[in-house]
Design a protein around this ligand. Sequence first.
Ligand SMILES: Cc1cc2nc3c(=O)[nH]c(=O)nc-3n(C[C@H](O)[C@H](O)[C@H](O)COP(=O)(O)OP(=O)(O)OC[C@H]3O[C@@H](n4cnc5c(N)ncnc54)[C@H](O)[C@@H]3O)c2cc1C
Length: 388
Amino acid sequence: MSWDNTTLFSDDNADDLAFRREVRQWIARNCPADLINRPDRVNPPEMKPWHRKLHERGWIAPHWPREYGGMGATLKQQIILYEEINRAGAPTPFQHGLNLAGPIIMQAGTAEQKARHLPGILSGDMVWCQGYSETGAGSDLASLKTRAVLEGDHFIVNGHKIWTTNGPWADWMFALVRTDTEGPRQAGISMLLIDMKSPGITVQPIRNIAGQAEFAQEFFDNVRVPRENLVGTLNGGWKLANIVLGNERFTTGSPRAAALRLNKAREVARVSGAIGDPAFRQQLAQMEIELLAFSAFYHHGASLAAAGKAPVSMGPVMKVFGGDLSHRAAELVMQAAGTLGPEMQRIRLADGEHDVAGDLFASRISVVGGGTTEIQKNIISKRVLDLP
Ligand SMILES: Cc1cc2nc3c(=O)[nH]c(=O)nc-3n(C[C@H](O)[C@H](O)[C@H](O)COP(=O)(O)OP(=O)(O)OC[C@H]3O[C@@H](n4cnc5c(N)ncnc54)[C@H](O)[C@@H]3O)c2cc1C
């Protein structure tokens, strides 16, 4: 196999090697061809057939315990599965249900919530979105104002959410709402599971900087949410919100995105001729070394997280480093493509087309979504370094 940044560690034992081979062959046979190496965003309706295939094979949730329908995979198997998905250029199924809503429901949800929601997350039949951000409550999330007032058996929700990834297609939202206005801001927040087909919700799609439908904003006008859709305790949502954010930051920080982009930088440089430039090769090598070191650190972090020993700094550190590396890798692809002029919008590579500018825009996701880099640095400086 030629040099490939997505499979940097090949120290598999015999079982892991057999698993890798099986996954590789299965993906080649089962991933829909039109999803491989897509230069544009794959939206939930297009993702569903691939999600279902992984579900039928039992591989959709390698990190979920078996009792909830997951694969209960070893850490190494989880890494292999995602490495092989990336190596093939197949999309990674959306994380909002599998990595965010599902785990928090498993951790803090009632038996009824688990029975009702986990199967649909696994099968991909239910698309989930995360309703945290509002205008005026992004970095300063605790200032959120969407109000939920308990009246009998229902919360009455009024307010507005924005930047909701997959909002245009979502069936369910796990949302942070204000249930108390008196005490400290963080102590008046609850987490609700909201059926997006409830009367009173208006969803307006928003296009991202690359012109692709990705987000939505939602207006809640006297939306009735059954009391049993509260996750955890009333006014106990802030703690849950931060558990979810920790998972999100860790996942967003994964070196996978940077690895894929550095592979692209190499390929694009071959097409443009930049690969013949020693200065470019040096930059590429420098970033590949950073990637190698960061991947080793990330694997270590994943094993700490699996053992329940991850420090509070883990999510922010991974997100800052992984996000920055991924963004710089996208800039390197742009640099590699520089001489191609307008052609760079759809460069033909051996394994499909690549939209260099679109991917550079997409790489910004990792430095804003889930909390900006500045905010992660604030968290590290306050909670880890004890700075004022
Ligand atoms: C691709 C993408 C996907 C997203 N998906 C979702 C989603 O599914 N659900 C959801 O709820 N939200 C989502 N978001 C929203 C995201 O969480 C917010 O954009 C992010 O938290 C920043 O908030 P903001 O946009 O309001 O920016 P602001 O908070 O207004 O920040 C503007 C700038 O000021 C800086 N800044 C603000 N406060 C400080 C400070 N105290 N110290 C230093 N610098 C500061 C920020 O770093 C930033 O550069 C998504 C965003 C993106 C880009």
